[in-house]
Design a protein around this ligand. Structure first.
Ligand SMILES: [Zn+2]
Length: 139
């Protein structure tokens, strides 16, 4: 890990043994979530056992990427210098059709997208400094 980044450097995703497969999915433009073999529930973020029944029998499945806006924040101030050129930008919490909530940036198709609760969105993927990241666009 390169922890000695300058303050204005891009913040790269941190991957670990629980999240590595998820990031590999993002690189392949797949939105992967975990599904429990015992209780059938699906969840995000990745963890090593089912957060509902503690089963360690689960599998990765591809989510549809379709969901609705659960909550959002519009950033008008950069809380890290790496984001100052993006201002203003919107970060969404999306409730996926499969159930889990997931966070991603709103990718604007034009400047006049006004976000509202339950707005229908779909996952999209974008590149930043050699990394593929998850975003959402209005459907
Ligand atoms: Zn379970």
């Amino acid at each position: 890990m390169q922890k000695q980044e300058k303050m204005n450097d891009y913040i790269a995703p941190e991957k670990n043994q629980d999240t590595e497969f998820w990031w590999e999915g993002v690189e392949n433009h797949e939105l992967r979530i975990q599904a429990c073999d015992d209780c059938g529930k699906q969840w995000f973020p990745p963890v090593h056992s089912c957060p509902y029944c503690a089963s360690e029998k689960w599998k990765w499945v591809n989510a549809s990427g379709v969901g609705s806006v659960y909550s959002w924040v519009v950033y008008h101030r950069a809380f890290h210098p790496a984001f100052k050129d993006d201002l203003p930008y919107t970060v969404l919490t999306v409730k996926l059709a499969e159930g889990p909530r997931i966070v991603g940036r709103l990718i604007q198709q034009n400047d006049d997208v006004e976000v509202y609760a339950d707005m229908q969105v779909k996952a999209t993927f974008y590149e930043r400094n050699g990394n593929t990241l998850l975003g959402f666009t209005r459907v």
